[in-house]
Ligand binder design. Structure first.
Ligand code: PRX
Length: 658
């Protein structure tokens, strides 16, 4: 860092913003009942929380149940944070037992709907029984505190039960999204050193059974440390079970005791590892711990979703992503709310499915992703118009910037121009929402996640570490530690330090570009690193490139994103073949399928361009920036002086025109 003057990049004026985006203030009725009911109240508490973050966070943490109270709130020596030192708690007890033992005993914790239409309601008392039973199953099968357990499940209540049972006994879960393929499972097993797996025969998606167990079997051909695979019978498709190793969940649960005394674990006890894409081919095992993570998810649910006992809350994410961890399992359950959980696709049997479910279950808070909203817009207004959506009082958005068109449609067609929209910015690494409107206080403007949450010291810095003036693009950073921040990349402290805390020593670098307007609203622009955001799913260019290069025909590959109406970004791959291979449509299809096999269907490139050469610097680095511009605009306008061979641009332009 130096104190050189900040370099101005894109200029985006407040006047410009005002024309594009109207401001929507919360209604008086909403504000009156909200926990934070005015900007003045927000500003006051925000100022206090930034002056003394430890006071704010300690107060929030004390709303949880501690087996042993903490003696010190924070120990911070960048990049190492410890929160609520000396405290002991049980995360599952906080999410389940305390409600099951009180007045919420017979309240629905989870109202679940399977894709074929089957339904289950699980009360807090029943959830408690199930979690205790599965904890006993795990213990009886030798799973101990700190053991890593891989969870590969469809969206069924057992996914949440499995996570909570791991938390209850102090085992560290690693949930792998059900859309990932066997090699992704294998990578995660090897990196985490897991000894148990919890999976299912399959799940329902778009009217079909998607088998899960075969991918686990495939991974286990090469990984031999797994002692047991617990398999939930969901779809009854034929699967193979290896005697001794593989156990049916239902059989194990039949004889398990429902009595289990929760033990207090250290506040910094590891809770879970969740792998996410970074700028190398190897996903990062983001580690979250107990007391801080639970405090962050609990507190943000309370203030940002303003959760109440009367609410029916629905987050449409999958438990395989951080949104599912923080805003299906831990945050909502810590608040004792009733939530809806859904197994399948939004368009099964048609694009009215979500709206039908909102009407039938009386959903009051709905949290989804911009990519889903764009798909609904495309499908047509006739689907939501068929349903009574007046139960809704609050809407949320997560995963990528929400374009004003999608925001306005969501606001009018789904929220009836009545519901505030909380556009929540956060990351796998941050554990909980860091920037978002507070629904009873913050005026919403389409496209901005608005203001930082309490205790979050967010800023925009230029490359030299100076704070950017209003409306100038820079890098989004968080200057003070917060409880739910990731503690490390599992097994790779050096990478953790380098990725997040080395550009600006002691300051968390989010990896997103952003600007702040004069009113203090944060506008998130998108990733600055080689990370793509396809339908709200985070994928690394390097991961997809290494999957392509693992095909025998591929010599070299470069992957970039181009804007896509529905997905936000689509994947474009440039591939150079090895001598002796010829490009063809069939080979293109084979390569797409190959990526699907190595990573999962979500990573399949939308387009594959075969090229004899790739644009490179003299030192041999592929210049993805040029490829990105080419697939987006068809031309190159920027500086090409670093190119080793300028002729390559003309060649690529010709190729793309074909
Ligand atoms: O680029 C930002 C984008 O998603 C990234 C984090 O992805 P992941 O760790 O998979 O977590 C997604 C769910 C929290 C961020 O670096 N992102 C997330 N929310 C928003 C967003 N971009 C703009 N606005 C948002 N509300």
């Amino acid at each position: 860092m130096s104190s050189k003057k900040s370099k101005k990049t894109t200029k985006f004026t407040d006047e410009h913003a005002a024309v594009l985006q109207a401001t929507h203030k919360p209604s008086t009725a909403f504000s009156k009942n909200a926990r934070i009911g005015s900007m003045a109240a927000y500003e006051k508490l925000y100022r206090e929380s930034i002056a003394k973050p430890e006071v704010f966070w300690a107060r929030e943490a004390r709303e949880l149940v501690w087996r042993k109270p903490f003696s010190k709130t924070l120990k911070w020596k960048a990049p190492d944070a410890q929160w609520f030192i000396g405290g002991k708690l049980n995360v599952a007890e906080n999410c389940v037992d305390r409600h099951a033992a009180g007045t919420r005993k017979n309240k629905a914790a989870i109202i679940w709907e399977g894709e074929p239409g089957d339904k289950r309601v699980i009360t807090y008392a029943q959830l408690h029984r199930e979690v205790c039973k599965f904890s006993n199953v795990l213990l009886a099968r030798g799973v101990k505190a700190k053991a890593r357990v891989l969870i590969y499940m469809p969206m069924i209540p057992e996914a949440a039960i499995a996570m909570l049972a791991c938390a209850r006994i102090g085992a560290v879960h690693n949930v792998v999204f059900g859309g990932f393929a066997s090699e992704a499972i294998l990578d995660r097993l090897e990196d985490s050193g897991a000894t148990a797996i919890i999976t299912a025969d399959g799940g329902w998606r778009r009217g079909k059974v998607i088998a899960l167990k075969p991918a686990v079997d495939e991974a286990l051909k090469k990984y031999h440390k797994i002692k047991h695979v617990f398999v939930v019978k969901r779809t009854e498709n034929d699967i193979s079970m290896q005697p001794g190793r593989d156990l049916w969940w239902q059989d194990e649960m039949e004889t398990a005791s429902a009595k289990h005394e929760a033990e207090g674990f250290d506040s910094e006890h590891p809770l879970f590892i969740l792998y996410t894409s970074g700028s190398t081919g190897k996903p990062k095992g983001i580690l979250h711990t107990s007391g801080g993570y639970l405090t962050g998810t609990y507190s943000t649910c309370k203030y940002i979703f303003d959760m109440r006992d009367e609410d029916i809350y629905w987050c449409t994410a999958d438990v395989g992503w951080i949104t599912g961890h923080s805003y299906i399992v831990y945050g909502p359950l810590a608040n004792g709310v009733t939530q809806l959980m859904y197994e399948g696709a939004p368009n099964e049997p048609d694009f009215g499915r979500f709206w039908k479910m909102i009407e039938e279950h009386g959903v009051t808070i709905f949290y989804t992703a911009p990519t889903a909203i764009r798909a609904f817009i495309k499908a047509g207004d006739q689907f939501p118009e068929k349903h009574d959506l007046t139960s809704l009082r609050l809407l949320g958005s997560v995963g990528e910037p929400i374009n004003p068109e999608a925001w306005n449609w969501y606001y009018e067609k789904i929220g009836g121009s009545r519901c505030p929209i909380v556009d929540t910015w956060w990351q796998t690494e941050t554990g909980a929402i860091l920037i978002s409107p507070l629904p009873g206080a913050t005026p919403c403007i389409p496209g901005t996640a608005t203001r930082p949450f309490f205790g979050i010291d967010a800023a925009i810095l230029d490359e030299y570490g100076n704070e950017c003036p209003p409306n100038v693009d820079g890098r989004l950073v968080i200057r003070k530690p917060w409880p739910s921040m990731t503690r490390t990349i599992y097994g790779d402290k050096a990478r953790f330090h380098k990725t997040y805390f080395s550009d600006y020593p002691g300051i968390y670098l989010a990896g997103d570009g952003a600007r702040r307007d004069k009113k203090g609203n944060f506008w998130i622009i998108g990733r600055l690193d080689d990370v793509l955001n396809v339908s709200g799913h985070r994928l690394g260019t390097a991961e997809i490139e290494s999957a392509l290069v693992s095909h025998p025909s591929v010599a070299e590959a470069a992957v970039v994103a181009r804007p896509h109406d529905l997905k936000g970004q689509a994947i474009a791959a440039f591939v150079t073949l090895k001598l002796g291979y010829e490009s063809s449509e069939d080979l293109g299809k084979e390569l797409r399928d190959h990526v699907g096999h190595v990573i999962g269907a979500i990573a399949k490139p939308e387009e594959i361009h075969f090229t004899p050469v790739l644009p490179k610097t003299r030192s041999g680095k592929i210049i993805r920036r040029l490829l990105k511009e080419l697939v987006t605009t068809g031309t190159i306008s920027g500086n090409v002086t670093t190119l080793e061979d300028v002729g390559v641009i003309e060649l690529l332009q010709k190729l793309l025109k074909k």
